[in-house]
Design a protein around this ligand. Structure first.
Ligand SMILES: NC(=O)c1ccc[n+]([C@@H]2O[C@H](COP(=O)([O-])OP(=O)(O)OC[C@H]3O[C@@H](n4cnc5c(N)ncnc54)[C@H](O)[C@@H]3O)[C@@H](O)[C@H]2O)c1
Length: 436
């Protein structure tokens, strides 16, 4: 047995705050409500349905994760958030056209009670959207303070013990790290001076982290992935994670890529294209917003294949990603992949994938697990970047100078060993004694 870290109990209610209450957020909230009513099951959520192996293989001990370590009970959560549209969660879920009307009708009363707070929003960062449910403030610091005051009110009104925040807002335009992002002092000055390199998502992230509220970023924009906010997270004992929920095509890449590499198969090219017709697809139809997503999606295979270390297999590797806005499909995205691989004696072969997926159905359990595990991290006194949650993210945040881990199996190992550590159980490393 290793030393058991001190993890505070999951007492009282957890408030889950969501900036951006569109397709993913409503599918997540309605899903938790359906699970709590016993009319559906939380498929895709490791925290609710996954098991973990404990101890040596000579004894079969594989409890559910939620029985292995104390996680927040789903029956005791409250939902809140912000959006640029005032629709309540029933109306927003109907508009999103992800869940069937039959299911939504059963949840109409609780969903209608949740209405978004006024958003911090600037069209400059999300060019395709226009909304009127927006906060006014002279400076970005005033807006951050207004978000903090919303949070305090939400916590009090809903009698929450603890809070977490998960960004489910639209993808913002591509912004690179600038001097204003380097230190807490520069960032706070930038908020006062309305620096153009501070988009809305950073204002929410700042408000949460300043208050010690765990923050995860489900979109590819930088948000909390800047040195100033990482430093602030350390100072305020706040766990953070980002970026970009790992759902459809990239999930497949991080499952298949490590397998091909493990068998020393060469990969010459990987062409990925999507058709997608929801509001996210519309936002990504703008080249500046798409650029943010493209950068997030492209990094994955490069890190898995390591062409510089394995030039015979991957030196000429060509990776292309396209997203096409195609309204008839709504949230039911179709993702095609063509993979050109090379085998024994350099003979070419091809793999084709046609993933008829549902974007928000894949993303909702990730929102849940990030919220539940970030709350666990906070109760365990962990702060800063939570690399063990890379499992859920397309472009995992990593400390400066360290490359992010993209291989889903290594990410899972990290996640499970973190849970074992927090529960005071032996880590599984396959070293040492027989039958490890
Ligand atoms: N669904 C997936 O599979 C998936 C995967 C990875 C990442 N994501 C990301 O998750 C995010 C949400 O996706 P979605 O399908 O729910 O999109 P959506 O367009 O349905 O919802 C986003 C919501 O955010 C709101 N919004 C935009 N800017 C805001 C702001 N500053 N403050 C408050 N609200 C704001 C919009 O009005 C909209 O209602 C997107 O950034 C998307 O790229 C989704």
């Amino acid at each position: 047995m290793s030393n058991k870290p001190n993890v505070a109990p999951a007492k009282g209610k957890l408030g889950i705050l969501l900036p951006g209450m569109g397709a993913v957020a409503t599918t997540f909230i309605a899903g938790v409500m359906a699970v709590n009513k016993g009319i559906s099951s939380p498929i895709g959520s490791l925290s609710q349905m996954g098991r973990i192996r404990v101890g040596k293989r000579t004894k079969v001990n594989k409890p559910y994760i939620k029985d292995f370590i104390q996680l927040q009970n789903l029956k005791n959560v409250a939902f809140g958030g912000w959006d640029i549209f005032p629709d309540n969660m029933y109306e927003a879920a109907v508009n999103a056209q992800v869940l069937e009307s039959d299911l939504l009708r059963k949840l109409k009363t609780p969903l209608s009670k949740i209405t978004p707070m006024k958003a911090v929003f600037d069209k400059k960062y999300v060019k395709k959207l226009d909304g009127k449910h927006i906060k006014k403030g002279k400076t970005k610091m005033d807006l951050a303070k207004a978000v903090m005051s919303d949070i305090r009110k939400f916590k009090k009104d809903n009698k929450c013990e603890r809070l977490v925040m998960v960004w489910c807002g639209s993808t913002e335009i591509y912004i690179e790290e600038k001097p204003v992002h380097k230190t807490i002092a520069a960032f706070e000055k930038g908020l006062e001076k309305n620096d153009a390199n501070i988009p809305s998502s950073m204002i929410y992230a700042y408000a949460a982290i300043k208050m010690g509220i765990p923050y995860a970023n489900g979109a590819p924009n930088l948000s909390c992935d800047i040195p100033a906010l990482v430093q602030l997270a350390k100072e305020t004992n706040t766990p953070i994670a980002g970026k970009d929920f790992k759902t459809g095509q990239t999930l497949m890449k991080t499952i298949l890529g490590p397998g091909l590499k493990a068998r020393a198969l060469g990969v010459e090219g990987w062409f990925s294209t999507n058709i997608l017709g929801n509001r996210d697809g519309e936002v990504l139809d703008d080249p500046d917003n798409f650029k943010t997503k493209e950068v997030s999606k492209l990094g994955v295979l490069e890190q898995i294949f390591e062409p510089k270390l394995n030039p015979e297999l991957y030196a000429d590797f060509y990776h292309k990603v396209r997203i096409n806005y195609y309204p008839p499909r709504g949230d039911a995205k179709e993702g095609w992949d063509n993979i050109d691989i090379r085998g024994w004696l350099n003979y070419p072969m091809q793999i084709k994938i046609d993933f008829l997926c549902r974007d928000s159905i894949l993303a909702a359990p990730i929102v849940l697990d990030l919220a539940i595990f970030l709350d666990l991290a906070k109760r365990a006194g962990m702060s800063g970047i939570q690399e063990w949650l890379s499992f859920y993210l397309k472009s995992p945040q990593a400390p400066k100078g360290v490359h992010p881990q993209h291989d889903i199996f290594k990410q899972l190992e990290k996640l499970e060993n973190t849970l074992r550590h927090l529960a005071g159980e032996e880590l599984i490393t396959h070293l040492g004694l027989d039958y490890a």
